[in-house]
Design a protein around this ligand. Sequence first.
Ligand code: R5P
Length: 294
Amino acid sequence: MAEAEIQSGEKEYFLNIPQQNETFFLKGCANYDWGFKNRLARIFNPRSGKTVMLAFDHGYFQGPTTGLERIDVTIVPLTPFADALMLTRGILRSVIPAATGKPIVMRASGGPSILKELSNEHIACDIDDAVRMNCSAVAVQVFIGGEYETQSVNNMTQLVDSGMKVGMPVLGVTAVGKELVRDAKYMGLATRMCAELGAAIVKTYFCPDFERVAAGCPVPLVIAGGKKLPELDALKMAYDAIQQGASGVDMGRNIFQSEAPIAMLHAVQKVVHEGMNYKQAHEYYLDQKNKKNA
Ligand code: R5P
């Protein structure tokens, strides 16, 4: 039968169309393996190249942060409107429905609470468990300039090594100690170190001259939201970060502590994926919020 098909000459090989060699859409990520890239492409929207990650991992060192006392009640309803979820494995297993289609970025470092020296973290999750839970990346805090700087860098490089074996990207989170200034010089140092030492994605804070930080980081950079700001200010921060080279946000308190978290998530999506101006996005936020209250 197979021989008959070959002889019939009916097969179409499109001999005039060369096979396309697609380049990967994220900066600095072209040379990873298929599974690794596939995970990245779940976190970052391939059309815009950007992501809106919802971060609610704060409990891993802060306990029940305001807004996260009952993640099942306040956060699970927000998850359909985020591109990816950043959380701990404890919350993933205990609260997040396994049927969620959202890519998971799992916190994989920890140890000290807010009562102790925060930089004294260790790896807090085996890469096998991240694979078991079908995670799309693992996140590790890196404390450049902190007391346990080298140890935290070592946590990251160990996770990068084990991640490479299974195709799991590592998100390096640049943590800022109380005594460290959040300026472009410091952020440039911390983000570049994370990328040079193997992080596929780096998370940092927005700061003046952010475009220099973004330009100096050879892999996608996302910004944390930080403390709760008025919605207009948070949207401006997200807008400025995107315009200056960020590949997205990994935002927590400015979403889940907002008066209207779903409206805020929608507005942040507009800023990140569509480049909507922050003033328009704020109008959009108010509109969505009022619709809900109508
Ligand atoms: C903090 O250490 C956690 O990694 C948070 O995920 C991160 O700070 C983002 O949350 P927020 O936008 O509330 O700062």
